[in-house]
Write a protein that binds this ligand. Sequence first.
Ligand SMILES: [Zn+2]
Ligand SMILES: [Zn+2]
Length: 368
Amino acid sequence: MSRKAKAVLCRELNKPVVVEEISVDPPKRGEVTVKLGACGVCHSDLSATNGTIPLPSPLVLGHEAAGEVIEVGEGVTAFAVGDHVVSSFIYMCGRCRFCSLGRPVLCVEQGKALTTLPDGTLRTRDAKGQPVNIFSGCGVMAEYATLHQDNVVKIDPKIPFDRAALVGCAVTTGVGAVFNTAKVEPGASVAVFGCGGVGLNVIQGARIAGATQIVAIDSNESKLEMARKFGATDVLAAKPGEDPSKQIKKMTAGGPEYAFECVGSGELAGAAYRAIRRGGSAVIVGVAKPADSTSFRSMTMVFEEKTLTGSYFGSCVPKVDFPRMLELYAGGKLMLDELITRRYKVEEAPQAFADLESGRNARGVIVF
Ligand SMILES: [Zn+2]
Ligand SMILES: [Zn+2]
């Protein structure tokens, strides 16, 4: 039996999101239906509504959610009704070279479940019975969603849904970039460009990893205040369009060992690379527009042995990293409560997107 669910949709590009009642079909083989408790509103959702990430409409948004399994399909043994889960927006085939290497974010089959379930079909229909696409194999900004079992991760049921949801994207992207991609070690110095949802998590990841100097850079002073709360030891108010790398070098006695670009700007990626000291690593975390590019003096890479690398979804293994993040939260190390600026009812989704766009929120969360 299919279920009626209020859902947040992108109907038309560059128009506000709409809240509609859709129907969600029960799980087929290898799938589960989840009653969502909360879904974070992420910059990638916004990017899907304005064409930065080009995807076909209509589209159920949402890829950072937590909820409870209420029905399991045939052949599902790892999940049972009543399990609490967090959605995972990467599809992993489990067989390719990268999945075998334990790097599922690089799975060669990734494109398979961009706007559908991995088998290419949908369980979501609108009031007219027309199929509705789902964002990144998830579409979890809705009261119910049917997901492939590889796109959900079981979590400790003691963690509230609104906090748990955040590890589905922002937290893992930021903290994972520090732990898994850069492998920041105790005593390191770190610079973080951009203090939004992801940047704050890079900052707290660096704090948990034991970095002793953490420089936060943003053009918005109120975000720098937040950055201090999450562990920044130094802050730098950068003027848009100005290269802050020289000033960062001064603040860190010759440059940080690690710099993280969390804005999605080629210009800042270049600044991050210039800022790091000899032997340092610049990690690009922010997703830039497709036409954006960066440049650097390639000779410095040789003589200064600098590293420029990217980090997608914190180089994570969802089934390992989501529970690990939530254990850090339960142990009082990872700050999740403080990340949530505002909770919205599903009907308030257009406001949640407007607040995201204006940079008002560390994280806005829709609660069902
Ligand atoms: Zn996201
Ligand atoms: Zn694979």
